[in-house]
Design a protein around this ligand. Structure first.
Ligand SMILES: NC(=O)c1ccc[n+]([C@@H]2O[C@H](COP(=O)([O-])OP(=O)(O)OC[C@H]3O[C@@H](n4cnc5c(N)ncnc54)[C@H](O)[C@@H]3O)[C@@H](O)[C@H]2O)c1
Length: 347
C-alpha cells in the first residue's frame, strides 16, 4: 500500500490514504489506527444502500449508524442534533470513533458533529464523491448552513484518517463526477499543470487515482501552511468568487456547484486577460467542455456584481480575487470594487 500523505493540524495528525480498492480494506486500516470501544457511522440515504453494509461488515467493533437524508438542504443544525442523539444513544465516548461515509455534505456535517460532541471525538472520513475525495474530506473544514447563508457555522477539525478509494466513484452519476472535475481543473490551474495534461487525455478517468493524488497533495500543502484560511488557502477559491454569484442568481438550482465553479473559472480567466495577463481561456474552455462542464456566464453582469459584493469579504473597498497568470500558478489579487465593477461589465 502507498504511504499515506500526512497533514499536521491544530488538533493532531491527519493521515490520508489514496488507493483503488481501499474501501474493502477500510476495516483493517481503521483497526490499525484506532482502538475504539465502538464506532458510529454517518452516511446519507443514497450512499447507505450502496456502501454501508459493506463497511459495517468489515469492522471488528460494535457499530451504530445514522442515515441522513441526501442533499444540501439537510446540511443544517437540526441534522447535527439528530446525529448527536444517535451517537449518545449508542454510547459513544471521547475514546470512540465517528466515520463520515459519503460526499461533502455528509463529511461537513459529520465533521462538525465529531468536532463538537463531547468537545471532540476522533473522526475518519471516507469520501465517496470526487469533490469530497479531492477537496472537502481533506483540510479539516467542517460545518453546516444557516438560512442566512452556506457554511456559516463550523469548526476546523482535522480527521485522524481519510480513506480515499477511487473505485467507489463508479456508482456516481456522470454529472456529479463532472462537478468534482471542476475542482480538479481548479487545482491544475492554481498549482500543478501536470493535472491539466492528465485531464486532457481522452480516457482521463483511467488516470483518476493519480489525478486525485496530485490534487490532494496540493490541498494538503496549502492547508499545512494556512490551516485557518487567513491567507494562502484563499487560492483554493479560484473560480468560486464569480461562481458563487452565478450559483446564487440561479437560486442554487439552475447550476450545480461544479458547473458554477467552471463558469466562474472561465470568467476569472477573462478578467485576468482584461487586467493585461495572458489569456488562458483558449486552454481552459476546451478542457471544461471535455469533462462535460459549461463555461458561459448567462447572467446579467450588474446582477453578478451585486451578488459578488454581497457574498465576498471586502477589505476596505477591495475584493480579493484569485487570478491565474500562467497554468499552475495563482495569485491573490486585491481589486478595488470600482475597477472590478467596470471589468465585470466587460466580461
Ligand atoms: N469542507 C470543505 O473544505 C469543503 C470543500 C468543498 C465543498 N464542501 C461542501 O461539500 C458539499 C458538496 O459535496 P458533494 O458535491 O460531494 O455533494 P453531496 O455530498 O451532496 O453528494 C452529491 C450526491 O451524490 C450522492 N453520492 C455520494 N457518493 C455517492 C456514490 N459513491 N455513488 C452514488 N451516489 C453518491 C449523494 O448522496 C448526493 O446525492 C457542499 O455542502 C460544500 O459546501 C466542503
Amino acid at each position: 500500500m502507498r504511504e499515506p500523505l500526512t497533514l499536521q493540524g491544530g488538533n493532531g495528525l491527519s493521515e490520508i490514504y489514496i488507493e483503488s480498492g481501499l474501501f474493502d480494506r477500510a476495516g483493517v486500516v481503521i483497526g490499525q489506527a484506532f482502538s475504539p470501544s465502538r464506532i458510529h457511522i454517518v452516511t446519507d440515504s443514497n450512499v447507505a444502500p450502496l456502501y454501508l453494509a459493506r463497511l459495517e461488515s468489515q469492522l471488528a467493533f460494535p457499530v451504530s449508524h445514522t442515515i441522513i437524508p441526501a442533499g444540501e438542504e439537510h446540511k443544517h443544525l437540526a441534522t447535527v442534533e439528530d446525529i448527536y442523539h444517535d451517537m449518545l444513544a449508542a454510547g459513544i465516548t471521547r475514546k470512540d470513533l465517528v466515520v463520515a461515509l459519503g460526499g461533502g455534505v455528509v463529511g461537513d456535517i459529520t465533521g462538525f458533529a465529531a468536532a463538537t460532541l463531547l468537545r471532540g471525538v476522533s473522526l475518519c472520513q471516507i469520501p465517496t464523491t470526487l469533490l469530497a475525495q479531492v477537496d472537502s474530506s481533506v483540510g479539516g473544514k467542517t460545518g453546516v448552513d444557516l438560512p442566512e447563508g452556506k457554511n456559516l457555522v463550523g469548526a476546523f477539525y482535522q480527521p485522524r484518517l481519510v480513506l480515499i478509494d477511487p473505485k467507489v466513484l463508479s456508482s456516481l452519476p456522470d454529472s456529479t463526477f463532472a462537478d468534482g472535475m471542476a475542482e480538479v481543473i481548479k487545482y491544475g490551474y492554481i498549482a500543478n499543470k501536470t493535472i491539466l495534461s492528465l485531464v486532457a487525455q481522452p480516457n482521463y478517468r483511467d488516470n483518476i487515482e493519480q489525478i486525485i493524488y496530485e490534487c490532494v497533495k496540493i490541498k494538503r500543502d496549502v492547508v499545512a501552511i494556512d490551516e485557518h484560511d487567513t491567507g494562502l488557502r484563499m487560492i483554493l477559491n479560484f473560480g468560486h468568487t464569480i461562481g458563487h454569484a452565478a450559483e446564487k442568481l440561479g437560486n442554487y438550482t439552475a447550476l450545480t456547484h461544479g458547473q458554477a465553479v467552471a463558469i466562474g473559472m472561465a470568467a476569472a480567466m477573462r478578467l485576468s486577460a482584461l487586467l493585461g495577463n495572458a489569456d488562458l481561456t483558449a486552454s481552459l474552455l476546451p478542457l471544461l467542455d471535455h469533462v462535460g462542464l459549461p463555461s458561459t456566464l448567462a447572467y446579467d453582469r450588474e446582477a453578478i456584481f451585486d451578488a459578488l459584493l454581497a457574498d465576498k469579504k471586502k477589505f476596505g473597498g477591495t475584493v480579493n480575487f484569485i487570478l491565474v497568470r500562467e497554468a499552475g500558478r495563482a495569485e491573490i489579487t486585491p481589486i478595488e470594487t470600482d475597477r472590478l465593477h467596470a471589468y465585470i461589465l466587460k466580461l
